[in-house]
Ligand binder design. Structure first.
Ligand code: BGC
Length: 428
């Protein structure tokens, strides 16, 4: 094992020195970030030249969030597809704050002048999860600065307001001043290591409610999978407003029963883009075809409304929309292809290998994959879907034993740091 590792490392080092072409990339071009030179890790092998899309988990350092530019520039047909995490996080935070401002009086269940919320965190090393935790804390005023950014660490239990990672906030509603407190937050990771774990969230609300239930006035979650679990286990019966993220069909339906809101990350746009960039790269056409520019069938998205593209990050980001009691009826089927891009293409069949980091993930399993399965027909792609266990990369990479059998690859990693586990296979 050790020997194999050393050999692999030597090959990797050689690869970098032999083929390492300097690619200039700018992590935060739009935010005035610094230019960096990244070494490409591409070996030049047959499989390493094929179209590759990373999706839902952006290759990046899970502690610092810094993008992994060598994975994003793996070859000239490599892209990332996700959504604008910061815009969505801000929307989620604002949605919760607006709710508090409109309902503070009737929300304060024990009348102690403190609006207490609990927060379910998906994965402390996942950029989307970090952004959502920050978005909620910033909007509610409970954010604490850490090294120039909002601290996104779980607070644990904070019923006395003494936690260091959050602070109490004050809000004035109709002349009454309320304190807003993050009573508790934790990463919902099960004992086997799976993150964003709905069952863990259901257990957590059980524990929290039995020790300080009358103080909990709002439940907030990094996603609907965990949010719905908490809603069904406790919040629904106790009429405690609950907010999630993803606009999964079951969560949208629950808005009629008191689930207070969620965010659509436009999975119908993301699933389309995930396959569309591969299709375009396979066909050798302009990458914008059927995206910003109409294709022959009439498929076209609107940049700035449906998605944003950041060329330096090689990334497509779908835009988010808040879903509340006001508009949820427009979002009841989360697995319906977007009407702007649902027209059949005429092209030859190609084979795609695609994995989902955790076959049990609520959003990817109940919303994203059903959409992919509809778009793959429209785009004439024969996609092999691989579902991981959410814990180990090898559970998935073991099933990429024959990359030569596929024309393109779509990858959803278990951990955002692990792009090389996949590219090292394509390099062989
Ligand atoms: C989704 C979560 C999901 C996670 C998995 C996020 O973008 O909102 O629901 O569990 O991705 O990577």
């Amino acid at each position: 094992m050790k020997k194999r590792l050393i050999t692999l490392m030597a090959v990797a080092a050689m690869t970098v020195s032999m083929f390492g072409c300097g690619v200039t990339a700018d992590k935060n071009a739009s935010k005035g970030g610094e230019k960096k030179t990244v070494e490409s890790t591409n070996s030049g092998s047959e499989n390493s030249k094929k179209p590759l899309v990373w999706f839902n988990r952006q290759p990046s350092n899970s502690s610092t969030g810094e993008l992994d530019m060598s994975a994003l520039n793996y070859n000239d047909k490599t892209y990332y597809v996700g959504f604008d995490a910061n815009q969505g996080a801000e929307l989620q935070g604002t949605m919760v704050m607006d709710y508090i401002k409109a309902h503070a009086k009737e929300m304060d269940r024990n009348g102690d002048g403190t609006i207490g919320y609990v927060l379910a965190i998906g994965d402390i090393g996942h950029n989307d999860s970090i952004a959502r935790t920050r978005g909620v804390r910033k909007a509610l005023g409970t954010a604490v600065d850490k090294d120039g950014n909002t601290d996104s660490e779980p607070a644990g239990t904070n019923t006395d307001g003494s936690a260091k990672v959050v602070q109490d906030a004050k809000v004035d509603v109709d002349g009454t001043s309320y304190t807003i407190r993050e009573l508790a937050s934790q990463e919902m990771k099960n004992s086997a290591g799976a993150t964003w774990d709905a069952a863990t969230a259901g257990n957590a609300i059980g524990t929290w409610s039995s020790s300080f239930g009358d103080q909990i006035d709002i439940v907030v979650s990094n996603n609907d999978g965990m949010g719905m679990s908490m809603f069904n286990a406790w919040a629904k019966d106790n009429k405690v407003p609950t907010f999630g993220y993803d606009a999964n069909s079951d969560a949208v339906a629950a808005i009629a029963e008191g689930y207070s809101g969620t965010i659509s990350q436009h999975a119908d746009v993301q699933a389309y883009l995930t396959l569309r960039v591969l299709r375009n790269a396979l066909d050798g056409v302009d990458i914008d075809t059927g995206i910003g520019t109409a294709d022959d069938a009439g498929n076209q998205l609107k940049e700035g409304e449906d998605y944003a593209y950041n060329a330096d990050e090689r990334s497509y980001y779908a835009l988010n929309i808040a879903v509340t009691a006001d508009n949820y009826k427009d979002f009841t089927d989360s697995t319906k292809p977007y009407d702007k891009v649902n027209k059949q293409l005429k092209s030859d069949k190609k084979k795609v290998w695609l994995d989902i980091y955790n076959a049990g993930d609520n959003f990817l399993g109940s919303t994203y994959q059903p959409l992919l399965e509809k778009y793959d027909d429209l785009m004439n792609l024969d996609v092999e879907y691989i579902g991981g266990d959410g814990q180990t990369e090898s559970n998935i990479t073991n099933r990429l034993g024959n990359p030569g059998a596929y024309d393109a690859f779509a990858i959803n990693m278990v951990k955002t740091d692990n792009a090389a586990s996949y590219t090292s296979i394509l390099n062989q």
